[in-house]
Write a protein of this length. Structure first.
Ligand code: F6R
Length: 617
């Protein structure tokens, strides 16, 4: 949700900023901008509606002109995507430039106050208000310096932000601040990088400081990185971390899109999620986060799973898993609803937050509430050291590697893998899962990466062909039962977000309570019908669809006859225990959504109106 890049050092700032913005474009891509501090210290700004490529078209002359600068790629919140609303924004005196990720919630009050003092505004953004508030404090107190004015301004605003600010009268200095949106500072040799995540600078340095909530930093080649608390101005000793990220992980590696690369990475990512945790020969699941708090889980009144989007779908499958194997009651909540409905939470509850990015504002807000009420908070995040990972009491990283395609794929199957491990671990510990069943389930889980590989090998070419028949389709239904009902929801979400085809997921049996009215010869219905999982009931549902001439795309187990005979298209996946079928069945659904979107000419990695990490509520 907006990407920020900043640089000061000996290299060409234009190249660093532009290349960095390309890597962060997954965070937002409706406009882009750059500001450089040229040799005469004048701030040179270029910005435009559109993508980083559009920015390059209008800004090439800035190349080679500066060693310090910053840029922004935007996901619009306040104000439509337009040249005027693009960042960077300048203060009225033209001396201060800002780039911002997040939302200043009280911007309207501040805007009124500044307007009364004679400030004018070129854009509809909250960000332009903040940069003028900084100028206001400097005009008001000529004795305070630029970083102090930024601090004063940040103390007046509430909401969420990661900002980087430059001031023409303070050459060589970048001031950054963070509350609720991530910001990393890369420490190079005689150079510093700033970015919303480490990907823009990973080829230059492996050392980074992740700015903490409520901290700001003044960065210059002369004085290094000076970190302070925003409220008290207390000096903070930076904690330098070694990055594990490498360049290969954030490049497409020969695939046309990140999404396809990430779909194909799933045998490895699921394996990586289990690595060191699932020790089949020893018959144990080793998860420090769970191990240290087993009693807390065992004695929980209930487990509440909080998440959004795809992660919420993983949570629904988690509910099936944990209730079946550990027999602990589970509720799954949309984070955005949970937060605002005055939920009953006690200190006997365990809350599991699932978030790929670890930055989702809705999930974060819900967690904070649960924490205040004394619940034990467990995080399942992909991004190491993300905001959610930091505020939880314990947790497990999914270790799926960076997910760059906006539509989540490998993070989803990694989340399912962690939830499976948790369910089996808790079930074994509290005696609901006997040793023989436990041993056979973990052996099967261990082989799931191979099953995924098999699905990729056997269905890829076939799905490419099937997808061609649905390029003009306007509606889709996805149906599944039991564990595969959430898998149907996820299949539908994948299709709608990248192809813009309207798609709905339903429990197959619910069809007769309404959606069946939609079925005619123009309605494709994807039905997930593995052998183990209410198969007979699904057969009846398929008959009902057939009787109404719906076009059936069936995901079935190898050797299936009954459903396959009725289906127009048959996609075969290997047979597994029911609890593993959503992992295996999701892979062909991801491919189907991907190819339909590609044939429709959609920008698969950057679907319209979406962004990878949603840091506004
Ligand atoms: C869908 C998708 C979104 C995210 C949702 C939560 O493909 O990616 O629905 O799942 O925005 O994001 P995280 O998991 O980062 O909290």
């Amino acid at each position: 949700m907006c990407g920020i890049v900043g640089y000061t050092g000996f290299q060409d700032a234009y190249d660093i900023v532009i290349n960095g913005l390309r890597r962060l474009e997954y965070r937002g891509y409706d406009s882009a901008g750059i500001v450089l501090e040229g040799s005469n210290n004048k701030l040179e700004v270029e910005k435009t509606k559109g993508k980083v490529d559009d920015l390059v078209n209008i800004s090439k002359e800035l190349k080679g002109t500066a060693k310090i600068g910053m840029g922004h790629t935007r996901w619009a919140t306040h104000g439509v995507p337009s040249d005027r609303n693009s960042h960077p924004h300048l203060s009225n005196n033209g001396k201060i430039a800002i780039v911002h990720n997040g939302i200043i919630e009280n911007y309207d009050t501040i805007k009124k106050m500044l307007s009364e003092k004679g400030f004018t505004f070129q854009s509809e953004t909250d960000t332009e208000v903040l940069v003028n508030l900084i100028q206001y404090f400097m005009d008001l107190n000529p004795e305070i310096d630029f970083p102090t004015a930024v601090r004063y301004a940040l103390n007046e605003v509430y909401g969420a932000y990661a900002i980087t600010v430059l001031h023409e009268d303070y050459p060589g200095i970048l001031v950054v601040g963070r509350l609720g949106s991530p910001l990393a500072i890369g420490i190079g040799d005689k150079e510093y990088f700033i970015a919303s995540d480490a990907s823009p600078f990973v080829e230059f340095t492996k050392e980074a400081i992740y700015l903490e909530e409520g901290h700001m930093a003044t960065i210059s080649l002369e004085n290094g990185v000076d970190i302070r608390t925003i409220t008290e101005n207390s000096k903070i000793q930076p904690e330098i971390q070694q990055l594990k990220l490498n360049l290969e992980q954030i490049e497409k590696g020969g695939y046309e899109h990140f999404m396809l690369k990430e779909i194909f990475e799933q045998p490895k990512s699921v394996h990586d999620t289990m690595r060191g945790r699932l020790l089949v020969d020893e018959g144990i699941i080793k998860m420090a986060g769970i191990w240290d708090h087993l009693e807390r889980f065992k004695n929980a009144n209930r487990i509440i799973i909080i998440a959004c989007g795809t992660s919420w779908h993983a949570g629904l499958i988690g509910e099936y898993l944990i209730e079946e194997y550990a027999r602990i009651p589970v509720e799954v909540e949309y984070a955005s609803e949970f937060r605002y409905r005055n939920p009953i939470i006690t200190d006997k509850d365990v809350v599991i937050a699932i978030s790929q990015s670890g930055e989702t504002a809705d999930t974060m807000a819900a967690l904070k509430l649960a924490k205040e009420k004394g619940a034990f908070i467990y995080g399942i995040c992909n991004v190491v050291d993300s905001s959610i990972a930091r505020i939880t009491d314990a947790g497990s990283y999914t270790h799926a590697g960076p997910e760059i395609g906006v539509a989540s794929t490998k993070a989803f199957t990694a989340q399912l893998t962690i939830l499976t491990l948790i369910a089996f671990k808790l079930g074994k510990h509290n005696g609901n899962l006997g040793n023989a069943d436990f041993m056979s389930l973990i052996a099967e889980l261990d082989a799931i990466p191979k099953r995924i590989e098999e699905v990729l090998n056997t269905t890829h070419e076939q799905i490419k062909e099937i997808a061609k028949d649905f390029v003009e389709t306007t509606n889709f239904l996805y149906l599944g039962r039991g564990y595969n009902y959430p898998a149907a929801l996820e299949g539908a979400l994948k299709l709608k977000e990248i192809s813009y085809i309207h798609a709905e997921g339903y429990p197959a049996a619910e069809m007769k309570h309404g959606p069946i009215a939609l079925i005619d010869e123009n309605m494709p219905i994807v039905i997930i019908a593995p052998k183990r999982g209410h198969y007979d009931k699904i057969v009846s549902n398929v008959q009902e669809i057939k009787a109404r001439k719906g076009k059936i795309i069936a995901v079935v187990n190898k050797g299936d006859r009954q459903v396959s005979e009725m289906a127009d298209y048959v996609i075969e996946i290997p047979e597994t225990s029911e609890c593993f079928s959503p992992i295996v069945a999701s892979v062909p659904l991801q491919l189907l959504a991907y190819y339909i979107a590609v044939y429709r000419g959609a920008n698969v990695d950057q679907p319209r109106n979406l962004a990878k990490s949603v840091t506004v509520e």
